[in-house]
Design a protein around this ligand. Structure first.
Ligand SMILES: NC(=O)C1=CN([C@@H]2O[C@H](COP(=O)(O)OP(=O)(O)OC[C@H]3O[C@@H](n4cnc5c(N)ncnc54)[C@H](OP(=O)(O)O)[C@@H]3O)[C@@H](O)[C@H]2O)C=CC1
Ligand SMILES: O=C(O)CCC(=O)C(=O)O
Ligand SMILES: [Mg+2]
Length: 415
């Protein structure tokens, strides 16, 4: 019998990840429903690896703390050890973390993305046969969202109304830009937020989206923005996006532009790069979903679009994601949904989003056999109509399963 090999970190070598047979993968359990979901998901991920590689590969899970569990244990919401672990081990996975509305701590989820510079929030949206949805032809929704993850109004640069800082900022602003300050309707009670959008931030996001479209034979990349109103942030995002397509992928303008296409003879020939204003896009995902494929958008738009698209294919119980820096290789996979606090501790909610986030993580590591088994297991459990409450309440003749039981059903259907 060979001695057990201890886990090793995943490393980035040139353009590729070097993945040992026993990678150490840090995970955050999450707040609210996080522990229930994580317990079910971890078992599914381990079962997929065991079945795919017959014991030759295994994940060495390393729990790291963040959120309420961390605060109760250490007094810190996001300890340095947690950040160090994600830096060292390169790839991790997390459950949802609570962010209070209004006051209180700022988002730990956003902090992780910003501190580790995970500039892409990648959220694929596809339909699984048999999932109940509110739309008539859910299979037409097959999109991949590239949401910019480090900038925009989401970055948390805000001044609270009435605070000393807000007064300081208002003074500088009103003295420097008196004409613009006149646009502030109620200057004495205003709270102010800042929306940074840069060329570098936009270009790296759009580059990743176009590269993904090339690597995955997708037909178009749509830049989604509100550039008619926010001209120098969202409008600039559109212009820099097209510039990236032209300068870095050789795209040429169609009918005088601004839409463009990668020409014959270049990688990704035929891919169209186009744009749409965000409000129009949000109605067209219902009326013309087949027109959209890869989506590249800003942080807040991407947040809204993610939940809206997830609803089209059955809701955020089955909406995975990954936060990725394609240059350093760092990545943290996580569901689109939040902590769903009203269901905490009830072993009730759908673990599908975290399970599918694990599936994305396996593909990112090149463990496609394990990823394929997860898809098979999930399809099997849904076809058998053995599902959690969110699907069961909309499905005729379905069997209601707990969160943990749904995990078991996915494992059973991997066979
Ligand atoms: N990345 C992260 O960690 C994220 C964290 N959050 C945080 O989560 C907290 C709660 O946010 P909230 O706005 O309520 O949004 P949530 O996504 O947590 O929940 C909203 C609703 O979505 C449905 N839902 C969510 N998760 C599941 C699941 N696993 N299975 C089935 N249905 C699900 C439920 O719908 P129904 O009521 O119909 O059953 C739930 O009431 C906030 O503090 C927020 O900041 C939010 C998003 C992402
Ligand atoms: O960080 C949060 O609490 C919410 C984030 C969120 O909704 C998202 O990233 O989709
Ligand atoms: Mg969200």
């Amino acid at each position: 019998m060979t001695a057990a090999i201890s886990g090793k970190p995943i490393k980035k070598q040139g353009d590729n990840l070097e993945v040992p047979n026993q990678p150490i993968i840090p995970f955050i359990e999450g707040d609210g429903t996080g522990p229930d979901i994580w317990n079910a998901s971890q078992r599914v991920l381990d079962a997929a690896v065991e079945k795919a590689y017959d014991g030759e590969r295994r994940i060495e899970w390393k729990e790291v703390l963040a959120g309420e569990k961390s605060f109760n244990a250490t007094g810190s919401w996001l300890p340095d050890e947690t950040l160090d672990a994600f830096r060292t081990y390169l790839v991790g996975i997390k459950g949802p973390l609570t962010t209070p509305v209004g006051g209180g701590i700022r988002s730990l989820n956003v902090a992780l993305r910003q501190i580790l510079d995970l500039y892409v929030c990648l959220r694929p949206v596809q339909y699984f046969q048999g999932v109940p949805t509110p739309v008539r032809e859910p299979e037409k929704t097959d999109m991949v969202i590239f949401r910019e993850n480090t900038e925009d109004i989401y970055a948390g640069i805000e001044f609270q109304a009435g605070s000393e800082d807000c007064q300081k900022f208002s003074k500088i602003f009103s003295e420097t830009f008196p004409d613009l300050w006149k646009k502030v309707r109620f200057p004495n009670s205003v709270g102010i937020g800042i929306k940074p959008v840069s060329k570098e931030g936009t270009t790296r996001l759009v580059h990743a989206a176009i590269q993904y479209a090339i690597d995955n034979n997708r037909s178009s990349v749509t830049l989604v923005h509100k550039g008619n109103i926010m001209k120098f942030t969202e409008g600039a995002f559109r212009d820099w996006g097209y510039e990236c397509a032209r300068d870095q992928f050789g795209a040429t303008e169609l009918d005088g532009g601004p839409w463009c296409q990668i020409p014959a003879g270049k990688p990704g020939a035929g891919i169209i790069i186009k744009d749409v204003i965000a409000d129009a896009m949000l109605q067209q995902i219902l009326t013309r979903p087949a027109d959209y494929d890869v989506i590249a958008t800003l942080n807040l738009n991407g947040d809204y679009i993610s939940d809206a698209l997830a609803a089209c294919v059955g809701g955020i119980g089955i909406a995975p994601g990954g936060n990725i820096n394609y240059q350093t290789g760092h990545a943290i996979f996580e569901a689109t949904h939040g902590t769903a606090p009203k269901y905490a501790g009830q072993d009730k909610v759908n673990p599908g989003s975290v399970i599918l986030s694990g599936e994305m993580m396996f593909r990112y590591l090149g463990w496609t056999e394990a990823a394929d088994l997860i898809i098979r297991g999930l399809n099997g459990a849904i076809s058998a109509k053995t599902v959690t409450y969110d699907f069961e309440r909309l499905m005729d003749g379905a069997t209601l399963l707990k969160c943990s039981e749904f995990g078991d059903a996915v494992i059973k259907h991997m066979a």
